[in-house]
Design a protein around this ligand. Structure first.
Ligand SMILES: Cc1cc2nc3c(=O)[nH]c(=O)nc-3n(C[C@H](O)[C@H](O)[C@H](O)COP(=O)(O)OP(=O)(O)OC[C@H]3O[C@@H](n4cnc5c(N)ncnc54)[C@H](O)[C@@H]3O)c2cc1C
Length: 422
């Protein structure tokens, strides 16, 4: 470790110990202690809170999250495929308070941006100097007629937020008879983890191949083709699961009849035994209420790409999946954006200029079986003249799936957890 970094870490730990001893997590030396409130302790929010405190212990940080545990979407398809226990996806938040983060288990229900106050379901009113919104996604279930009724009857789920739906989907696949049809209906871009549905097809096919070899998977794809790692997925389907996965592009799910178990698209009605419809997504309602969901389609949040401050509401920053950008909507990107936002906030709160050309790096791994995967690495740098993140030549792709890539993917996940929650 470089000596400056070691000194910095020692100083942080010492100041945190002092604060803990005094009974006040923020009772440290310094003139002012600006307060940053972070909403949502997912890949983006938890990373942002942690790095704010790591890089500037003079900043007070409150992190608000309703769930008692962190549950990872990456690797949740392993659970769907039956080659990983659900518990593997669940991690504790216990390490975060050690950085001096004040964690509140609560749900943010409103923000008064003029008064700089956050309101929670638990009745709290918390004042902020800067607010970071990292609440993930909301599913536009109203775009699929009958989806809500089907979800209430537990006949359809998206399972694109890891949790009870992940387990329900797994149980339904286990209960499906051999020779049954599993429908996966995916939305067009942009959305969370665009390779996730195809990866899910591989996970399910891997299970069917061993236990229900007469079964079939029909992919109703709202996009024009497989938009991420397409050649790799198609090659894997041919090699590992010949005849089992049928991909029907340009076939957006528009309705679902849960009594008949029929998915309706613009072109056809398709009957399944297990139905997994992933509706299009948008930034959650909270973002709309705060005024940061501000694009023409009322879906995403426009931000300044250097500071991640909203283009419509001052002192409110947005990171992760809700952001309007050409960046992938992934855990890795949320984690990177969180660090850029944290670094920018530290500069702003110390009256300095943030770095004008931030860089993000993201690797996306997709399994093709319980021991193989392929991956794409992307590097993007912000170009102030173009006002956009531009893809750099440093990225690369393992378009041929392999066991080595699978090992890298597992290590990537462990590292991401350590970086975000460790
Ligand atoms: C099947 C699948 C596989 C995937 N695989 C990968 C992968 O391999 N690699 C990769 O990089 N990405 C992957 N992703 C994508 C990744 O999971 C998301 O892009 C990532 O979770 C986004 O992070 P986030 O912090 O923006 O949102 P989230 O992780 O969704 O976190 C948002 C948090 O905010 C909380 N919250 C919401 N509203 C409020 C509120 N009002 N008050 C307080 N808290 C609130 C939520 O409870 C949640 O904890 C995958 C996704 C899926 C579904």
């Amino acid at each position: 470790m470089n000596p400056n970094r070691r000194q910095f870490l020692h100083a942080s730990v010492a100041s945190m110990a002092l604060a803990a001893a005094s009974g006040n997590a923020f009772a440290k030396s310094g003139k002012s202690h600006p307060h940053v409130v972070v909403v949502g302790a997912g890949w983006g929010g938890a990373t942002c809170a942690k790095y704010l405190r790591l890089w500037d212990p003079g900043i007070q940080v409150t992190l608000i999250e309703p769930n008692p545990h962190f549950i990872s979407c990456p690797m949740s398809n392993w659970v769907v495929g039956g080659f990983q226990d659900f518990d593997y996806l669940v991690k504790s938040y216990d390490n975060l308070p050690r950085y001096g983060i004040q964690m509140l288990q609560d749900l943010v229900i409103g923000v008064d941006a003029d008064k700089q106050v956050v309101r929670t379901r638990g009745g709290r009113r918390i004042r902020y100097d800067r607010l970071v919104l990292a609440p993930g996604m909301e599913w536009m279930t109203e775009t699929v007629e009958g989806y809500e009724d089907g979800a209430k009857a537990q006949k359809v789920m998206h399972a694109f937020r890891a949790g009870p739906e992940t387990l329900l989907l797994r149980k339904q696949l286990e209960a499906m008879p051999d020779g049954g049809v599993f429908i996966i209906a995916s939305p067009p871009r942009p959305g969370r983890c665009v390779s996730g549905p195809y990866e899910r097809a591989c996970a399910a096919a891997h299970y069917f191949k061993q236990h229900k070899p007469k079964s079939k998977i029909i992919m109703l794809d709202g996009d024009i083709d497989i938009v991420s790692k397409g050649p790799m997925f198609k090659a894997a389907w041919k090699e590992f699961y010949p005849g089992m996965i049928e991909h029907r592009p340009n076939n957006l799910a528009m309705g679902f009849d849960h009594r008949e178990m029929v998915v309706r698209t613009e072109f056809e009605d398709v009957k399944g035994d297990v139905v997994n419809i992933i509706p299009p997504q948008r930034a959650p309602r909270l973002c709309k209420d705060v005024g940061v969901r501000n694009d023409a389609l009322d879906r995403w949040c426009g931000i300044d790409f250097v500071t991640y401050e909203s283009t419509s509401v001052p002192k409110v920053h947005v990171i992760g999946d809700p952001v309007l950008s050409n960046m992938p909507k992934s855990a890795h990107v949320s984690n990177n954006q969180a660090k850029i936002c944290a670094a920018a906030l530290i500069e702003i709160l110390n009256d300095r200029q943030p770095l004008p050309t931030p860089v993000i790096g993201s690797t996306s791994y997709s399994i093709t079986s319980d021991h193989t995967s392929g991956s794409i690495a992307v590097v993007m740098r912000y170009d102030p003249a173009k006002k956009a993140y531009i893809r750099q030549p440093e990225g690369g792709a393992n378009t041929r799936h392999s066991e080595l890539d699978f090992a890298y993917g597992r290590a990537w996940h462990e590292n991401m957890w350590a970086d975000t929650l460790g």
